[in-house]
Design a protein around this ligand. Structure first.
Ligand code: NAD
Length: 301
């Protein structure tokens, strides 16, 4: 069975990019967004501007919880869940998807840190549930972790690898461990950088520049946090800390405070995170230094 039609559920930062990748590869794609119907057309117009009109294969847009959803789902071979990083929300959605989809369809999660086995156990088809962990955005970050649980069928893992290649991306089969491979490596670095900032090692913009120019990383750690979304970084840190019982993943206070203040990075409505994106070029968000009790003017650096 090859994947002929895809449903993407959740249309935030990642859902949009994943749908763009599948639609651009010529695969008919449906998008389900949790929103009011009147808001949907705005998102749809913006999204369509980014698609190559020749290849456009977005076959249906729908609001999650809309009555049309059952019909739309019937002939999908793969549903990719990209909603908020929360086990209860995702399990509830998986159980709903299990009831709506054809029994042969595959359900995949884009979770960064949650156990795919726990998501699979919310369904009656654990052999057809896996992780498909895309990176942000797939047009630039060409890896997809295919997360294998103990119960997933080998044929499903193979099929998902072929699907990833069809999108022009590279699959990496990984075990269902917290954070898989990439995020285990990444989170360690990001949390350490935030702790260094709290400990006043250097200004965040200098640490970002150090990573970019000194270590040839495309982004520094604070830029990367803003790119991913600070709420997502915090959820990942909490899950890794709880699951691995490892102090290295303990969510730093500064990160918790920024999220509490709704400063979530580039995707934030207020365009604030570690940096302020209302200004061009971006500038450090002074609230960050205020939060760690450092008035910029009194810095010794
Ligand atoms: P986001 O906050 O941009 O988007 C989440 C979307 O899910 C929102 O549009 C929200 O309205 C919707 N939503 C929330 N609950 C829902 C529900 N019950 N049903 C339907 N929709 C619901 O987050 P994101 O960055 O796109 O992350 C989504 C998932 O992708 C998370 O699991 C995250 O860990 C993972 N991920 C994120 C990144 C990244 O760089 N941001 C990278 C890889 C994986």
């Amino acid at each position: 069975m090859s994947i002929q039609k895809v449903a993407v559920i959740g249309c935030g930062l990642m859902g949009r990019e994943i749908a763009l990748a599948t639609a651009s590869a010529g695969i008919p794609t449906m998008i389900f967004k949790m929103t009011r119907e009147e808001e949907l057309s705005k998102v749809r117009d913006k999204f369509n501007e980014r698609l190559d009109k020749e290849k456009q294969k977005i076959v249906q847009w729908d609001c999650w919880k809309h009555r049309g959803e059952v019909e739309g789902f019937k002939d999908c071979d793969l549903a990719i869940e990209t909603i908020v990083e929360d086990l209860h929300e995702k399990r509830a959605l998986f159980s709903q998807l299990d009831n709506l989809l054809n029994p042969m369809a595959i359900i995949a999660s884009n979770t960064s840190t949650l156990s795919v086995a726990e998501l699979a156990s919310a369904t009656m088809r654990p052999g057809r549930v896996a992780g498909l962990h895309f990176f942000n955005p797939p047009s630039v970050a060409k890896l997809v972790e295919v997360v294998q649980t103990a119960s997933v069928y080998a044929s499903v893992v193979e099929e998902l690898q072929s699907f990833v290649r069809q999108l022009g991306l590279t699959p990496l089969v990984v075990a269902n461990t917290p954070g898989f491979v990439v995020n285990r490596l990444m989170m360690n670095d990001l949390i350490y950088a935030i702790l260094c900032l709290e400990g006043r090692l250097a200004k965040m913009e200098d640490m970002d520049m150090a990573k970019r120019l000194g270590l040839v990383h495309p982004m520094g750690p604070f830029e990367l946090c803003d790119h991913v979304g600070l709420d997502t970084i915090l959820s990942m840190a909490k899950i890794l800390y709880k699951d691995l019982q490892d102090e290295r993943f303990k969510p730093p206070m500064l990160l918790q405070r920024l999220v509490k203040n709704q400063m979530l990075g580039r995707k934030s409505k207020n365009k604030l995170g570690f940096y302020n994106y209302n200004l061009k070029p971006k500038c450090p968000n002074p609230e960050v230094y205020a939060l760690i009790n450092l008035e910029r003017r009194s810095l010794a650096w």
